[in-house]
Design a protein around this ligand. Structure first.
Ligand code: ADP
Length: 364
């Protein structure tokens, strides 16, 4: 792949991988096949896979230690997820559909002035599904998913963060199409100031270079989408904010979102083994929805885990109990759990996000 040139995220087109179809020769579905893929893809995969041997010249100038870490521990191929795994967030899903998925289906339409953005920012309180959305995008666009948090970059790779960033983008280029998800992007790419340590200044610069694609590993038709997630969007570096062309508010779930979350959980568990049932009828679900106003998706998950423990605590001899004798989880158990598991996001904090959304958020 050539160096230089501007990069745009051009997601893959269904059925066009073999002949290019606007895709560069690096396209590597092998690393992002899902079980839905047709056989034709898979044959192509085999051929492409050979390109990924370590002797591949694209690996030549990369630090093997970092490559190994990224490819084995950070990178995820074949994510199995659908939009239905994410409760609520209809607005975000709709926008993502138009901005990312449509271009994936019709790259011929989405070019020039309709070219998809290379960077998206998800902002909002913690535990609302920002990471889930990133994964769902990767799954939908059959992309490799690379997820990195700022703390890993700055703490684990002291003094090498800049190199790690460069390596990450190089690996992303090799495994295109690729979604790079950067959690806590604010702490990595906060407004630059004089007190910055030299190392973090260099990480920021490297990121901006990569975001711009000036020093690209991927060539002109790069299919690398960068997603940043933050719950402190105000702290973001101005230059980074500008490069995140779409900025989506990911709010706490409303009552419809909470209802979906609870319904799906009940469904999921009822397909499971005996002894794992949740007994919530429609009326109880509605009651629970009302009792959990202000809870994030992550809070709902914690609450459910706590509720699921209540029946177990009532068993005298857990070591020998017959699993069939474990009673289902009930609304009363959830009420019990509500005493301990409170909403982690303060109502007051929400104004901050709403205001930022008014000023900088994207609307379809
Ligand atoms: P964030 O990245 O916004 O901090 P995550 O996407 O990591 O939050 O969510 C943490 C966990 O909370 C998820 O693994 C999931 O179990 C649950 N969760 C959060 N939001 C949702 C949602 N909208 N739908 C379903 N589960 C959710």
């Amino acid at each position: 792949p050539g160096l230089g040139g501007r990069r745009k995220f051009v997601p893959p087109t269904k059925g066009q991988q073999g002949n290019g179809g606007g895709l560069s020769g690096n396209f590597n579905p092998a690393k992002s096949v899902t079980q839905h893929m047709v056989n034709g893809y898979q044959n192509e995969d085999k051929k492409q896979d050979e390109n990924l041997e370590p002797q591949d010249e694209r690996y030549k100038n990369l630090d093997p230690r970092m490559v190994e870490l990224i490819e084995n521990e950070i990178m995820e191929k074949q994510i199995n997820m659908t939009w239905n795994d994410i409760a609520g967030l209809e607005f975000a899903k709709k926008t993502i559909n138009e901005v990312i998925i449509w271009p994936m289906l019709r790259p011929d339409i989405f070019k020039g002035i309709r070219a998809p953005p290379r960077g998206i920012l998800f902002f909002g309180p913690p535990g609302t599904g920002k990471t889930l959305l990133g994964k769902a995008i990767a799954a939908q666009s059959k992309s490799t998913f690379i997820s990195i948090s700022s703390s890993t970059l700055t703490s684990k790779w002291v003094g090498e963060g800049e190199k790690m960033v460069r390596t990450m983008f190089a690996i992303a280029a090799i495994h295109q199409p690729c979604v790079i998800f950067i959690d806590e992007i604010d702490s990595l790419l906060c407004a630059r100031n004089e007190n910055d340590m030299e190392s973090s200044r260099r990480i920021k610069t490297e990121f901006l270079v990569q975001l711009d694609g000036a020093n690209t590993f991927a060539g002109e038709n790069s299919r690398i989408l960068i997603i940043g997630a933050t719950n402190r969007p105000d702290d973001l570096d101005e230059a980074v904010k500008r490069r995140m062309q779409k900025r989506l508010y990911i709010p706490l779930p409303n009552s419809a979102g909470r209802k979906q979350f609870i319904q799906r959980m009940v469904e999921r568990e009822s397909h499971g083994d005996e002894g794992h049932q949740i007994n919530l009828d429609d009326k109880s679900i509605q009651e629970l929805v009302e009792m959990t106003k202000g809870y994030s998706g992550a809070d709902l998950k914690t609450l459910s885990q706590e509720a699921a423990m209540v029946p177990l605590r009532q068993i005298d001899d857990i070591a020998n109990v017959d699993i069939l004798n474990i009673r289902p989880v009930t609304l009363e158990d959830f009420k019990e759990a509500l005493k301990n598991v409170k909403a982690t996001v303060k109502q007051g904090d929400l104004n901050y996000f709403l205001e930022w959304n008014d000023k900088f958020g994207s609307f379809p």
